[in-house]
Ligand binder design. Structure first.
Ligand SMILES: *Cc1c(COP(=O)(O)O)cnc(C)c1O
Length: 597
């Protein structure tokens, strides 16, 4: 067989696979999260209203990761067939999925058995994005020959991606194609039944050609698969195993598993970059609660007889009170503002127990920013230390570091249910590295420069394992954010159409992992809960009815909590996930509408 220009690509792919193994990098993708996003965009070619069995051919399937995605999404009606030229990749694919069908095939070879790629839908993900060693024209020719070769066997639709020309600069090793050019090619195959998607935040776009009617996820009615079954309230998505591997391998080499190893240090500095502060202004922690305990101990030490109280909002997650107790304080609850759902420094000034308060802990309500300036003024005026529970406020701090980060330490959570997650994890941030160092000392047995315990402490360190998750999560953060943004936009669109827009609270006002619906009164709250339950839609009252309703804290001192009592039963957490489907959102909105009329 004569060498064709595209034959230079196969050894390049095989080399990457040999070097990086079965990972995103091994498939020449920059990171795992973007790769997942591409899979989902490819699967957009399927008719979402039809759950009858279909065959999907994955041309250039590599190690078959698209099949993993299909299974993860529960798309059991799709029969997967993987096709690739690389024996090495196919060997790995077959080892992972012994029950699936994989074929070695070069669709452009003379006499190629194209029956193997006959299917309902065909996708080619990344087959035409990388062109190292090929000229632009050779790559264009390879693309057209491949698409023309497979199209006759495609019964319903095909999809492939190429790099965009709408970029600041075009990479020499990638294939950037104009949308017009791709439109002309696809039009010659499918006439007016072609589509493009360039809305998913990457430097590429996806081309679709259909036979027959085009059914799109957003435009069509609910899919049978998504129209039944439970809609979970929060379905976190953290990096997949393959994205962790490069980091875990670094641990094999360093043999450091905790105690501020290289991965934790890198994680701190990359979190610092996102927040616009140096790495030593970020102190990693084993959880958000540990970070808060560290921040409390760094600001106020342990609770003492003269000032035994930790003042906090009654409307917060119970972790705020748990951390204060851990530091020897007795929680005392104050009411929140009806609009911000947070403590107001002016109101706290009038709190009857203020002269016995040893620390004030304002809480970022569902990720809303706690302004440093107001609490600095409070601290200067009263002399009472302040530590901020900013558990869910990572995104708000990224957006407005100048308003949110300062002398008062802020504890952030990286729990799986927060938008940026490490499983369990957290950090303390402050503008003063010395303050962060004190918090870190308090989270490390009181050790600072020696193995001498120099102050009140806990063990609240982040392990290298969790930092590995955090680093992989940061690699995919842009794509995850894009996923959340799409879901939020869809929620807002549908809520507005239903006339409920003003009652729906979402990012960027809140942390991306929360979507809240505010009912008018507790009775309506009950009606909405009943409606959601009857439709199989999970919801959560994230902060419960207030800390004073938690058994263990029910005897704590408190001032009037009228606002908390009014707000708590009305704010319902609705389903959220970076990949929540529009059909699932419309089920939620329909249930709300049904409950309200
Ligand atoms: C999530 C959360 C915490 C606890 O963080 P963990 O990482 O789970 O310990 C504390 N406070 C608030 C307000 C939270 O939302």
């Amino acid at each position: 067989m004569t060498e064709r220009p595209e034959d230079v690509l196969l050894p390049i792919y095989d080399r990457a696979l040999g070097q990086f193994g079965d990972t995103a990098q091994g498939a020449l993708w920059p990171n795992a999260a973007d790769r997942q996003l591409r899979f989902d965009v490819m699967l957009d070619v399927l008719d979402p209203t039809d759950s009858a069995p279909v065959t999907l051919c994955d041309l250039g399937c590599g190690t078959g990761e698209l099949l993993a995605r299909l299974r993860e999404r529960g798309m059991t009606h799709v029969r997967y067939v993987g096709v690739d030229r690389s024996e090495l990749a196919l060997e790995m694919a077959r080892a992972k999925f012994p029950d699936a069908e994989f074929h070695a095939l070069d669709v452009n070879a003379e006499g190629a058995n194209l029956d193997l790629v006959a299917c309902d839908y065909l996708v080619a993900n990344g087959l035409f994005t990388f062109r190292q060693g090929l000229s632009q024209a050779e790559m264009r020719d390879f693309l057209e020959r491949s698409i023309r070769a497979v199209w006759p066997g495609v019964r319903r639709g095909l999809a492939f991606n190429v790099m965009s020309k709408q970029v600041d600069w075009e990479r020499e090793d990638l294939f950037h194609a104009s949308i017009d050019d791709m439109a002309a090619l696809l039009h010659s195959l499918a006439g007016r039944r072609i589509r493009f998607r360039a809305d998913y935040g990457l430097y590429e776009y996806t081309c679709y050609a259909h036979r027959g009617e085009v059914r799109q996820a957003d435009a069509a009615g609910a899919t049978p698969a998504l129209d039944s079954g439970v809609v979970p309230v929060l379905r976190p998505r953290l990096p997949r195993a393959e994205a962790l591997l490069p980091y875990l391998r670094r641990m094999d080499a360093s043999r450091t598993y905790s105690n501020f190893g290289p991965l934790v240090r890198e994680f701190e500095s990359r979190i610092g970059e996102k927040l616009g502060i140096p790495g030593d202004c970020v102190g990693s922690a084993g959880s958000g609660t540990a970070a808060l305990a560290g921040a409390i101990l760094a600001s106020a030490g342990r609770g003492e007889a003269r000032r035994p109280l930790a003042l906090m909002p009654a409307y917060t997650f119970v972790a705020t009170a748990v951390a204060a107790r851990e530091c020897g304080f007795d929680p005392v609850f104050a009411d929140v503002d009806t609009l911000s759902w947070m403590l107001d420094p002016q109101t706290v000034l009038d709190h009857p127990a203020l002269d016995r308060v040893g620390i004030v802990i304002p809480v970022s309500g569902y990720g809303r920013l706690v302004p440093q300036a107001d609490w600095l003024a409070f601290r200067d005026r009263t002399g009472i230390p302040v530590a901020i529970d900013g558990a869910a406020s990572f995104e708000a701090l990224c957006m407005q570091p100048g308003r949110g980060i300062g002398q008062i330490p802020v504890a952030i959570s990286f729990h799986a249910t927060k938008s940026l997650g490490t499983g369990e994890g957290g950090c303390v941030v402050a503008s003063d590295p010395e303050c962060v160092a004190r918090a870190t000392q308090a989270m490390n047995f009181g050790f600072r420069h020696s193995r001498d315990s120099g102050g009140p402490s806990i063990n609240g360190k982040m392990s290298e394992y969790h930092a590995a998750v955090g680093l992989a999560e940061l690699d995919g953060w842009r794509a995850k954010q894009a996923g959340f943004a799409r879901v939020v936009a869809e929620y807002r669109r549908q809520a507005e159409l239903a006339g409920l827009g003003a009652r729906l609270f979402t990012a960027p006002d809140l942390c991306s992992s929360y979507v809240l619906f505010q009912c008018e009164d507790p009775a309506q709250g009950q009606a909405v809960q009943t409606a959601l339950q009857s439709q199989g839609i999970e919801y959560r009252i994230w902060y419960g009815l207030g800390l004073h309703h938690q058994t263990h804290f029910s005897t704590c001192e408190r001032a009037s909590l009228l606002n908390t009592d009014a707000i708590a039963p009305c704010l319902l957490g609705l389903p959220m996930a970076p990949d929540l489907a529009p059909q699932q959102i419309s089920r939620v909105i329909r249930a709300l509408v049904a409950a309200l009329c």
